[in-house]
Each structure stands twice: as structure tokens, then as C-alpha cells.
Design a protein around this ligand. Structure first.
Ligand code: MN
Length: 244
């Protein structure tokens, strides 16, 4: 099995090493990842300039760093390897639950795989997991890979680990609105600047990704590329549109 590995924290992130180590138990691993951090770049692609590869020694792994986004890395990596079976992205330094899915470069790398007709799985964990060398997470990562690598019907899955996992749950995305608050301040020269804050308004509902992680479960959320609200579409079809 050919496993292409990428991330959005950059090729030197400890998270990508942890993922490559465990993934190499399941197949041949190749790493193609951004040369610098690309967090919160979402599914951005580079259209205005050419991309380059640089071979980068990374333990025992074949690894290449690219001057592009996570989605660029997956496009290049999939093109230059005879047959990629699954793209694994992460382990991101920080959770990607709820609305973070809209912003995440980690998830975008997995989405790019799904857009190419491949399977993609995104992995994220709290930043503190890095200090513990992913000790508690690795055995669950192994279980999740064992499950998902053999589950051919799921082409896109978002996986989030709590710091101390006690089990695994299938979940849905937690969607909560932002309060929209922006905090103004002044720099040392007296010029105004702004900090964007993300405070979510509603409570956490059960069986969501956020609920699972807050209750120490590994969260597996199956996703799809189709963003259409099919229920609303059905309702909308009964509306009369003018002109007829
Ligand atoms: Mn990141």
C-alpha cells in the first residue's frame, strides 16, 4: 500500500514524523509537505508561480519539501508516485474540530486526495500531545489506521485525538456560530491594529467531534465533497421562480 503523507505545519513538524512512523507499519510511506507552516490556509492552491521540490532527509523516510500549500503538495505527490492508495495528513499541532474544518490546511490535504479520486484521512491532536511524544495517541492511531485503511467506502475522514484517549467514536461536525468580536489595540507607534478572536456562541452538542474529544474519545467524522444542503434544495424546488 502506497501512503502519501502531508500536513500544514511544515515538513519539520514532530506531528508528521509520528504519523509517518506509525503509517510505515501499514505500507510504503512517502512524505511531500510544505517547506514552511501553512496552517489555516484551507484549500488554497498556487496558480501564479511554479512549484519546486527539495529532497529532505527525514529519518528513514523518502521526504520532499515543496514551496506551496498542503493541497499543492498532495497534487504533486500524487502525480509523481505511480499509485497512491491513501493520503494521510497531519498529525496537526492542534485540533481540527467543528468550524476549524473550514479553515484547516490539514483537512485540505485530505480533501485534495478525495478530489483526485483517492482516499484522504486528516489527523489532528492537541498541541500538548507533542510534548508527550504522542505516547498515548500512537496506539489509537494504529487502531484508526487499521480500521480506515481497510474501509474502502470512505474517501474522506477527519480524525481528532484527545490528549488521553479512552475509546473511539463516530461523530458529526460541531457547527457553532462565532460571536464576531474583534479586539482593537495599539502598536508601540500608536497605530491601531486588530486581533481576530474566535468565540463560539452555542453550547457543544452531543455526538459531535467536539463533544467526543472533550469526553476523551478519538473522533472520526466521515465527510463528503458535496456541500449542497439537499434538504433545503428539496424545499427550494417547490418555490416558484420568476420568470417561469
Ligand atoms: Mn497546522
Amino acid at each position: 500500500m502506497h501512503l502519501l503523507i502531508s500536513n500544514d505545519d511544515g515538513i519539520f513538524s514532530p506531528g508528521i514524523r509520528a504519523l509517518a512512523e506509525v503509517a510505515s507499519e501499514f505500507g510504503e510511506v512517502r512524505i511531500v509537505a510544505p517547506d514552511v507552516e501553512q496552517s489555516a490556509m484551507s484549500h488554497a492552491v498556487t496558480l501564479s508561480r511554479p512549484l519546486n521540490y527539495h529532497r529532505t532527509p527525514l529519518d528513514k523516510f523518502a521526504a520532499y519539501r515543496v514551496n506551496g500549500t498542503p493541497a499543492d503538495c498532495v497534487a504533486l505527490g500524487a502525480f509523481h508516485w505511480e499509485k497512491v492508495d491513501v493520503v494521510l495528513s497531519g498529525i496537526n499541532l492542534g485540533l481540527n474540530i467543528g468550524n476549524a474544518m473550514w479553515h484547516s490546511g490539514t483537512l485540505a490535504a485530505a480533501k485534495q486526495a478525495a478530489l483526485l479520486g483517492l482516499r484522504g484521512i486528516a489527523f489532528s491532536a492537541p498541541t500538548a500531545a507533542e510534548n508527550r511524544k504522542y505516547d498515548k495517541i500512537k496506539s489509537y492511531l494504529r487502531q484508526v489506521l487499521n480500521l480506515l485503511l481497510h474501509e474502502f467506502t470512505m474517501d474522506l475522514v477527519n480524525v481528532n485525538f484527545p490528549l488521553n484517549p479512552k475509546g473511539i467514536r463516530w461523530t458529526k461536525q460541531s457547527v457553532r456560530h462565532y460571536d464576531g468580536n474583534v479586539i482593537p489595540g495599539k502598536d508601540p507607534l500608536g497605530k491601531e491594529h486588530y486581533w481576530f478572536t474566535v468565540i463560539e456562541v452555542e453550547e457543544v452538542s452531543e455526538n459531535t467531534d467536539r463533544w467526543a474529544v472533550e469526553h476523551d474519545y478519538v473522533s472520526l467524522t466521515p465527510l463528503r465533497l458535496d456541500l449542497t444542503d439537499h434538504q433545503k434544495l428539496e424545499q427550494a424546488r417547490s418555490m416558484i421562480l420568476f420568470p417561469k
